[in-house]
Design a protein around this ligand. Structure first.
Ligand code: FAD
Length: 267
């Protein structure tokens, strides 16, 4: 498009239309740690002969009556917790999942179990999205810069500890879950190593075309791209700060607002 940081565009031989450093900067995402447990029983979703038969039966029950185990949204429960004493609002979010998760589900876990996610709701670490080529089919270089700001690690450690306080209580302990990644929570360095080796996105990237009233913002508060007539951005990238929760509903709201702005501007 030629809209972006001029030097970066020129490096790729792209003619600069609007020099805007904020394009591709300010990437924010919810860094997330997943605790995962294997259970001896088959109550949770998982892979075993008994579990597969139960799920097949569950599918039939769902098709016939819209009832039973396959009505599960998988992430069955959640919580917002305030773990830092000075936080103005909950600073971590939990998602409880009725299956043992590894690497976003890409690594299959044999047997049954459950997992719990904890993510940092207002990360201070900011990353970038940059071009790798002028070919739009080539993947960009996405650097979320997770945990580069020490404040995020502090919140994450407190969040993991708070999550384990819940996981180590009945009725969850009744399921005798075996922690796939046990750690001594009182050992700060070990906990930090575990988080750095396992934490990853929970799929909420925003901010790389941020909206703002300042002249450096990519979009103005009516989502018009500054310096280009008739171009609007209507997606999660306009959020100047990541919302303290899931991003789908806010993205829908951004789309609705943008539709209103465009309709009004065209009148
Ligand atoms: C695995 C996963 C799970 C998630 N779970 C949740 C959840 O449980 N709750 C929640 O609130 N949020 C969730 N999110 C986040 C949520 O989906 C996003 O925040 C939201 O969809 C962002 O909306 P968007 O419009 O910015 O982008 P998208 O929804 O990604 O929309 C971008 C659209 O642009 C299209 N597109 C891309 N390139 C081109 C092109 N060159 N030409 C034309 N079209 C193009 C794409 O096909 C896509 O339809 C999840 C995200 C992922 C990836």
């Amino acid at each position: 498009s030629g809209i972006g940081p001029a030097d970066h565009l020129r490096d790729h031989g792209i003619a600069v239309r609007v020099d805007r450093a904020a394009v591709g900067a300010n990437l924010q995402d919810h860094i997330d740690y997943v605790a995962s447990f294997e259970t001896p029983g088959t109550q949770f979703v998982g892979s075993s002969l008994k579990g597969t038969l139960a799920m097949a039966g569950g599918m039939i029950q769902w098709l016939r009556k819209r009832q039973g185990m396959m009505t599960t949204p998988f992430a069955e429960a959640g919580a917002f917790l305030k773990v830092m004493p000075d936080a103005p609002a909950p600073d971590v979010q939990l998602h409880f999942v009725v299956a043992a998760l590894e690497d976003h589900g890409r690594t299959k876990v044999k047997g049954h179990g459950y997992s719990c996610h904890v993510c940092v709701l207002r990360p201070e670490s900011h990353g970038t999205v940059r071009l790798t080529s002028t070919d739009p089919h080539q993947a960009p270089a996405i650097d979320p810069a997770f945990l580069t700001d020490p404040r995020d690690m502090a919140v994450m450690k407190a969040g993991v500890r708070a999550m384990y306080r819940i996981l180590e209580q009945p009725p969850l302990t009744d399921h005798m879950g075996r922690d796939r990644h046990p750690v001594d929570l009182s050992d700060d360095a070990a906990l930090e190593d575990l988080i750095r080796s396992r934490a990853d996105t929970v799929y909420h990237p925003v901010g790389t075309a941020r909206m703002g009233s300042d002249a450096d913002a990519v979009c103005d508060p009516r989502l018009r791209v500054r310096g280009v007539e008739g171009l609007y951005v209507a997606d999660a990238s306009v959020m100047p700060k990541l919302v303290s929760g899931n991003t789908n509903a806010p993205s829908i709201m951004i789309g609705e607002r943008c539709a209103d702005f465009v309709t009004t501007d065209l009148r």
